[in-house]
Design a protein around this ligand. Structure first.
Ligand code: COA
Length: 181
């Protein structure tokens, strides 16, 4: 299923018209604060090409997020294979919103639907989420959707430079735990 709907959002495949607002988000240092700094337009466009290739190859990935009423593009949410080189394997969820879209509950709303899709349609046994120790907003989304921090999973991201991006935390939710909520 490549398109999902929530009360206020559409999760859909990427369109050419998303490239510009996506690049604007990725040029915003606040949006990229925990992600390794702003991206150039080329890097931003290349990320969408990778997302779409992932979708074609394996049938899941990062959805573009749009507000249902207006069609406005506001960011992404979805599922991805944990990068090689991480100290654990599995499928992770994540989210990224343009700054004006923060504080509306959109990430949580999208993420709940992403989890339901991951456990239901894709039949995943467990979904992980990873972020820097300092990214409290993202960790709050994880908690709101019922994920639990696994303190044994704390790790230093080997691909991050020395500094605040190094220390990372791991959250988990199993299909059983999601069902019980
Ligand atoms: C991480 C990120 C998506 C979180 O965004 P967010 O706006 O804090 O999270 P939500 O969309 O779930 O919104 C929750 C907030 O909306 C508020 N809210 C307002 N209206 C709401 C509604 N109708 N329903 C639910 N919540 C609502 C909540 O009270 C909460 O506010 P609070 O932060 O003051 O407690 C955002 O900070 C971001 O894009 N950061 C940069 C990219 C990034 O770091 N991504 C994660 C990488 S791991």
């Amino acid at each position: 299923m490549t398109q999902l709907h929530t009360d206020r959002l559409t999760l859909r495949r990427w369109r050419d018209s998303d490239l510009e607002p996506w690049a604007a988000m990725n040029a915003d240092p606040e949006v990229r604060r925990h992600l390794g700094g702003p991206l150039t337009r080329e890097q931003s466009d290349a990320s969408v090409a990778r997302f779409e290739a992932d979708w074609d190859r394996r049938g899941y990935g990062w959805w573009a997020l749009a507000v249902r009423d207006t069609g406005e593009f506001i960011g992404f949410a979805g599922l991805d294979q944990v990068d090689e080189g991480m100290p654990f394997t599995g499928v992770e969820t994540g989210w990224r919103l343009a700054r004006p879209a923060w504080g509306h509950g959109y990430a949580t709303e999208a993420a709940r639907t992403v989890l339901a899709h991951g456990f239901g349609t894709l039949g995943l046994p467990e979904i992980l989420a990873v972020t820097t120790a300092g990214n409290l907003r993202s960790q709050a989304v994880m908690r709101r959707i019922g994920m639990t921090r696994d303190p044994a999973g704390d790790f230093d991201d080997p691909s991050a430079p020395e500094g605040p991006l190094r220390a990372n935390v791991l959250f988990r939710i199993s299909r059983g735990d999601a069902r019980r909520q």
